[in-house]
Design a protein around this ligand. Structure first.
Ligand code: MN
Length: 392
């Protein structure tokens, strides 16, 4: 038995302790916690069979009391008392989708993103729709196509109607894009008919992941009226393998930028908070954007309160994402359609002028936030590469 070596300044220090699902070479998937460059096998370390599972869901369902307890126990034991059989090098394991996604919802909580997209999709009109500052706008996505970082994305085919075309056509998307987002993982749900109040957020939400909501803009532009995103989004959504607990993000809480008009009572928070998470978007290895989560208009607690305000139940494993994170600056835009202004202002990527994704491109989104120890904690990354379409 020994304590674990953790390099000073590691984004995976003891103030982080993100959860994931890993398999050692030849072994079955099980729950682990990342500490430095190690993965701790929790079923072995703690002797709790809940962790000998291929998903976090059974642990999530235990509730906040158990989340706190496990964090305290791992913190205590990681420095002095780890059996060799409970430790793997992160480079020696395979990481999997960390939780079984129950329902998936995607919001649209960045005012900068919503304003940019409004200008691009509805030129000449008021960029924000009349409802936007009264409720966190969102849509129901497709839980079954949420994939873990590293999964290739096949270019989607679909119907599109380019401006000036006489009739719609079907074929591979020519405007494949990303959306850099933060996702929230529901640990304990709520019964039907029982909304989750804003102040109950921390009892229900376990943690956060990085999300890349791949988006086919040409499919989206043609199909989205009047019911919202559908096949332009549902082919794939990538998430990071490590779920950073809310308990690790206390030092990252910041006030919201401000809400005017004040939201209705069911969305009112006495102390509303956002998160100071900085995202970094790399396109084929070159940084193209740094979206700041602290700029988001709606809070995570308001999103969950709104999501359940009609009495819809929440369930263990529900994932709700923030929507594209964009700040006021050009270098802070979390989608290529904004960064290149609809493809009219290409960006330079590894010396080439680029607008939307090409086959073979790789996008890596990483994230970090202030940690309780005074340094920064890491979210790791969500990565995906584009493979050629398979037209029918
Ligand atoms: Mn999105």
């Amino acid at each position: 038995m020994t304590g674990l070596d953790v390099a000073p300044g590691s984004p995976f220090g003891l103030d982080n302790l993100p959860f994931g699902v890993f398999s050692p070479a030849g072994g079955a998937p099980r729950v682990g916690i990342r500490v430095g460059d190690h993965v701790l096998d929790l079923a072995v370390l703690l002797g709790d069979p809940t962790f000998a599972a291929p998903a976090l869901n059974p642990f999530l369902a235990r509730g906040r009391g158990r989340w706190v307890e496990v964090r305290e126990e791992v913190t205590a034991r990681a420095t002095e008392d780890v059996p060799d059989g409970a430790v793997h090098a992160v480079g020696d394991v395979t990481l999997h989708l960390p939780f079984e996604v129950a329902d998936y919802v995607d919001f649209y909580a960045s005012e900068h993103h919503a304003t940019n997209l409004g200008r691009l999709f509805r030129p000449g009109a008021e960029p924000l729709m009349p409802n936007w500052k009264h409720l966190p706008v969102g849509y129901h996505g497709r839980a079954g196509t949420v994939v873990v970082s590293g999964t290739d994305v096949v270019r989607p085919c679909g119907q599109r109607m380019a401006p000036g075309d006489a009739a719609p056509t079907f074929g591979p998307s020519a405007r494949l894009d990303i959306e850099a987002e933060l996702g929230f993982v529901v640990g304990t749900g709520s019964p039907p008919g029982t909304p989750i109040a804003v102040e109950k957020f921390a009892e229900h939400v376990f943690g956060t992941v990085l999300v890349n909501d791949w988006s086919a803009r040409d499919l989206q532009a043609w199909e989205y009226v009047p019911l919202g995103p559908h096949l332009g989004k549902s082919f794939a959504t990538s998430v990071s393998p490590w779920v950073v607990p809310l308990l690790a993000l206390e030092a990252a809480r910041v006030p919201l930028p401000g809400q005017e008009p004040p939201p209705l009572p069911y969305l009112h928070e006495t102390r509303s908070w956002g998160l100071d998470v900085e995202l970094v978007v790399e396109w084929n290895g070159e940084e193209v954007s740094r979206p700041p989560y602290r700029e988001m208009y709606w809070s995570p607690a308001q999103m969950l309160a709104h999501l359940t305000s009609n009495g819809a139940c929440a369930r263990t494993g529900d994932l709700f994402a923030s929507g594209t994170v964009s700040g006021p600056g050009k270098h802070q835009r979390g989608a290529f359609i904004e960064l290149t202004w609809g493809g009219r202002e290409p960006v330079t990527v590894q010396g080439e002028e680029r607008t939307f994704l090409q086959d073979g491109d790789t996008v890596v989104i990483s994230g970090s936030a202030p940690g309780a120890a005074g340094g920064r904690i890491g979210f790791g990354q969500v990565e995906g590469s584009i493979r050629a379409a398979r037209p029918r």
